[in-house]
Design a protein around this ligand. Structure first.
Ligand code: XMP
Length: 525
């Protein structure tokens, strides 16, 4: 399946900013479909997509640098609405005949924006002075012919301009970040009022488009989908099920490294919500055997990944054989690839890049299936909304991330059935208390780690104990690339600690991990 929608896109041209994807998300929050394209895309290709508008993103370069990415003037000769942000604003100013200078007044971070009396369409009715997020060295000192200057700041004499008639506008600041509190409104006004794009990208339309695309792609074929219990595979499966019904079979591999209740959540809640045909493979013993004696984290990951693929392949072959008896064939494998993966692997139509270390539940490479990737256009928040629209329970849709290798990488030391039981019990208590304290949405995830080879002395009911510690690792994060330890309320920590040490006999100490990432990672292994 190629990554485009039936709706005309707003193309965000990526000048190397870490913000391009965020801009695309914000455009979609204004209910307009958008995609990210690299700045090296020839203008003909951009125009051939018939974009509803183009947004030029920020980027690290200075327009003066040799080899700095340029905007092709041809972009402005086709009556396409264009919005420039930061570097894109300067590149646009330059190519349209304005002046960009290196004045030496840099602005980084929170800055006061002064809206000019001719506030124009973008900043109309916004406070005359309001904070925005800036990050620039150069600045536009003269707007191109025909443009009205609608805002200024201490370091940017031209901080925003617009030419409503030609449907062109831009801002020096970053409207896409939360530190620009009116930024979304400004972006929305450009899209809806200046560019005249109709807000049609709604959850219902996403579902309809995706269902139609899957039907067109799969035709009368049959598909299988590996469920991991995570959000992405669950929503992908639910969408494909809506499109092709019982010609989809889901496979859930129970590798025994799951948390308490996870298998039931898939077998009961997911099936109840969707009516999907589900095959569960109980491979618990097989994984325990393969992991026996192994303590090295990477070795564990490799073994779990390898065994997972083997079990999945076997299940696929079994299903294939079963279908074959009825003269059918399974041609398609459903994958929950999301749009950020598509962008990061080089864009629109290429194969999805599945990070090797994150691929449990992913694609067995030598399986002869065509891929169905119904979430290929979507960001995570859209996937969650689609999940809710399809009737999936909150417990699945708002599930926190959980690593494919599961509890296997949360036992420091060898993985055994008994240790898994201990960790599962402690983890269930931590999760229960966090949910009861309504903290699930405040934390990114809270691994509970069993230090299985460590023992310490304790005392319980007049008896000396010699048990294991568990570590609580609550973290807050945006994307798991960086993270901070979450300042959980002491009374919640106390309840978790008391309950774990009382209810899980082998654990006599609960410790809190107060390390950010970097230098620590989120998981201990
Ligand atoms: P780290 O520990 O690298 O984790 O800070 C970042 C995020 O990735 C998850 N994680 C994994 N997910 N397979 C996965 O599917 C893995 O091997 C794996 N290792 C870490 C982790 O839970 C966190 O959300």
């Amino acid at each position: 399946m190629s990554a485009t929608s039936a709706q005309r896109p707003v193309l965000v041209i990526d000048f190397g900013a870490q913000y391009a994807q965020l801009i695309a998300r914000r455009v979609r929050e204004a209910q307009v479909y958008s995609e990210v394209v690299p700045h090296t895309t020839p203008v003909d290709e951009i125009l051939a997509r018939n974009p509803a508008a183009v947004v030029l993103s920020g980027g690290p370069s200075s327009v003066y640098e040799d080899g700095a990415p340029r905007v092709d003037p041809a972009l402005f000769q086709q009556d396409v609405p264009v919005f420039g942000i930061c570097y894109g604003f300067q590149a646009m100013a330059q190519v349209l005949g304005g002046t960009v200078e290196h004045t030496g007044t840099r602005e980084f971070g929170r800055t006061d924006l002064a809206v000019t009396p001719e506030s124009g369409r973008l900043h109309e009715e916004l406070p005359a002075s309001h904070p925005v997020w800036m990050s620039h060295g150069d600045c536009v000192t003269r707007a191109p012919e025909g443009f009205t200057v609608t805002a200024t700041s201490g370091g940017a004499p031209v901080a925003a301009f617009e030419d409503v008639e030609r449907r062109l506008a831009g801002v020096q600041y970053h409207p896409e970040v939360a530190h620009s509190p009116h930024g979304q409104e400004v972006l929305r006004r450009f899209l809806h009022e200046i560019a005249g794009v109709r807000p049609q990208w709604t959850t219902a339309s996403i579902v309809d488009d995706a269902v139609e695309a899957v039907r067109a792609h799969v035709g009368e074929g049959r598909a299988i989908c590996g469920l991991s219990g995570g959000v992405d595979s669950a929503v992908a499966a639910a969408l494909v099920h809506r499109a092709i019904g019982d010609r989809l079979t889901c496979v859930f591999v129970d590798h025994g490294l799951l948390r308490a209740g996870e298998r039931a959540q898939v077998e009961r809640d997911f099936v109840a919500a969707t009516g999907v045909r589900l095959v569960t493979v109980d491979a618990r013993q097989r994984f325990l055997d393969a992991l026996a004696g192994v303590t090295d984290p990477e070795e564990k990951r490799k073994i779990i990944g390898r065994e997972f693929i083997r079990v999945f392949e076997q299940a696929a072959r079994d299903l294939q054989a079963e279908a074959g008896e009825q003269g059918e064939h399974i041609d398609f494998l459903v994958q929950g690839t999301l749009y950020p993966d598509v962008v990061e692997s080089g864009g629109g139509t290429g194969a999805a890049n599945i990070k090797s270390h994150h691929n449990v539940g992913g694609l067995p490479e030598d399986l002869q299936f065509k891929l169905v990737e119904p979430l290929r256009l979507l960001f995570k928040d859209e996937v969650r909304r689609v999940g809710l629209e399809l009737g999936l329970p909150e417990t699945i849709v708002h599930r926190q991330p959980f690593p494919g290798p599961g509890l296997g990488i949360r036992i420091v030391g060898e993985v055994t059935a008994e240790r898994l039981e201990i960790l599962r019990a402690a983890d269930a208590i931590a999760r229960e208390e966090l949910t009861a304290a309504e903290l699930d949405r405040d934390i990114w995830q809270c691994p509970v780690v069993l230090l299985a080879d460590v023992r310490s002395v304790g005392v319980q009911g007049d008896f000396r104990t010699y048990g294991h510690p568990v570590v609580l690792r609550p973290v807050s994060s945006e994307d798991a690339m960086t993270a901070d330890w979450t300042r959980l309320p002491y009374d919640v920590l106390e309840r978790i600690s008391t309950r774990i040490t009382n209810e899980v006999r082998e654990v006599n100490r609960v410790v809190l991990d107060v390390t950010s990432k970097p230098p620590g990672t989120i998981e201990w292994e």
